[in-house]
Design a protein around this ligand. Structure first.
Ligand code: SAM
Length: 215
């Protein structure tokens, strides 16, 4: 899967995407992440990317020119849909992550800032808007990372041999419910014991117990 991210804060992605599972997935060429600085496309002599809103009001709005040019540039390399991360978008869920990871090999993610982006860009260049929850963040960078993480771990090979995502919370296998509790060694910790059934070796009973704990 190829992801192209459009942002005015490219460095915000430095730590998270370069660690652990996502780092290994990139090294193994299971995912490719390209980050583009929208500011590089600004024709303003001070590389401005925002301006005051028509009609007045507080805050700034991302101007159409750098957005138009950066999106058009990326669309030549990436044929996937342009997704704008926005609190006004459709709420991102596990089944949405599954759909995106199955349907597409390429995705373009646009991160907003300030009060958001000029409506004309939303009307003409955005295919879909995704929200990561009903709250407002300062920018679309965290939502882009959340989206990439949730989609990438569903790509075969990304989380390794155990394929544990197949039985995660909200998966089809768990009937879209929340997962059962997990325990590991030691059997007793500060007087608290692991449920006996889990150490009984009765696979069928363990399966039933786990099913009974789904929420
Ligand atoms: N004025 C906008 C509104 O009321 O809908 C909020 C703008 S927010 C301060 C700046 C940017 O952060 C948005 O354009 C979007 O890219 C991103 N953002 C904030 N909250 C988000 C969320 N819950 N999901 C996805 N993106 C979000």
């Amino acid at each position: 899967m190829r992801f192209d991210i459009l942002t005015i804060f490219p460095q915000a992605f430095d730590s998270y995407l370069k660690e652990s599972i996502l780092k290994r997935a990139q090294k193994n060429k299971l995912i490719e992440i390209h980050i583009h600085d929208i500011r590089d496309f600004s024709k303003d002599k001070h590389k401005k990317v925002d301006d005051v809103p028509f009609g007045g009001g507080t805050g700034m709005v991302m101007t159409p020119q750098p957005l138009y040019d950066s999106i058009t540039f990326v669309k030549k390399k990436n044929k996937g849909p342009v997704i704008f991360l926005s609190p006004q978008g459709k709420i991102f869920t596990q089944s949405k992550a599954e759909k995106l990871s199955k349907k597409y090999d390429e995705l373009i993610l646009l991160c907003g800032r300030y009060e958001g982006i000029d409506q004309r860009i939303r009307d003409t260049l955005i295919d879909e808007e995704i929200s990561i929850g009903n709250y407002v963040l300062t920018g679309g960078e965290l939502p882009a990372m959340v989206t990439i993480d949730a989609i990438s771990r569903l790509i075969p090979g990304v989380i390794g041999k155990e394929q544990s995502h197949i039985q995660d919370s909200f998966s089809k296998a768990l009937k879209r419910k929340k997962e059962y509790p997990h325990y590991t060694r030691p059997k007793t910790f500060k007087g608290m014991k692991v449920p006996e059934i889990l150490t009984s070796g009765h696979h069928e009973k363990i399966k039933k117990w786990r099913e009974s704990k789904l929420k």
